[in-house]
Design a protein around this ligand. Sequence first.
Ligand SMILES: Cc1ncc(C[n+]2csc(CCOP(=O)(O)OP(=O)(O)O)c2C)c(N)n1
Ligand SMILES: [Mg+2]
Length: 333
Amino acid sequence: MKSRSHHTARPDPGHLLPGDMLSLYHFLRLAREVDNAVLRLYKQGKIVGGAYTGRGNEATAVGSAYALEAHDYLLPMHRDLGAHFVRGQTVRNILLQQLGRAESLTRGRDGTGHYADPALRIYGNVSHLAAMIPVAAGIALGSRMKKEGAVTLTYIGDGGSNVGDFHEGLNMAAVMKLPLVLIIENNQFAYSTPIARQTAAEKLSDRAAGYGIPGVTIDGTDVIVVYDVCRAAVDRARRGDGPSLIESVTMRMDGHSASDDASYVPKALLAEWERRDPLVRFETHLIREGLLDESRKKEIEETIRTEIDEAVHAAEVSPHAKGTDAAKGVYAD
Ligand SMILES: Cc1ncc(C[n+]2csc(CCOP(=O)(O)OP(=O)(O)O)c2C)c(N)n1
Ligand SMILES: [Mg+2]
């Protein structure tokens, strides 16, 4: 099958090239703008069910997925839209999915990210928190048995990291030295529960010691840091040295979903994290380094706007799924 992936060989940690830097910027901005488009559609009453954004998490999703090769596996969570795009997913497919159309990857049976795209090796997400970790361990085991030389990357939220499946999946991966990388996206809240009421641990990465694997806590708003640390963990997994646990610290800048105004989040906390906005941070860095200027920025913005406008239009005129097809593919023939 022809791959739609944008992948080329990835540079070693500390060696991102100017072209990579602009690609990362493009994906960060694309994730942000598609989130905005989805929110607009939600407010227009065109989305059935919830709308979840990844605002604040873009650097974690983009930097981590950028560390993968085309034949690796990605099992993203609901804040990881940018990771889908890095692997080559189209805005059109994401919007068809959001609008629940017949031509979407789930043929209109789902309105969020619960899809699989085998051509891009994207599987997920599974909504039942942490249930994806044993699945990821299974994929890692299967790919090793097939000698694919592939790494499986998956994620879990701070809240989800307290569910039992986290332990079972990560323990099995550690003891079998499976090629798995697990990122805990610590965005300070699980719905309305702040991190201090979820765990007595100082750092979620400290748990790694209990599994006999490396664990590290990083600034999840810095896309270069995320890439470098993930790339090292991916390389380690590919060498056969087993899984790593990475706690990426960010802030959930919107409510849990579009129906949640996040009024329980202290305003000062949001203001503090606003100053560390991953997109603005990276943009400032690129301008300072002379890799981005106003005209280049406008060009990227224009490309993204056109791509999103076309995708929104294509999804809106695309037919709805037929009720009579609802059970298709549910049972084996
Ligand atoms: C096992 C399980 N329990 C409860 C839920 C409902 N639920 C969905 S998302 C969520 C909060 C998740 O918080 P976190 O893991 O921190 O991820 P975040 O949304 O903050 O990125 C909850 C409780 C679920 N999906 N699965
Ligand atoms: Mg959370």
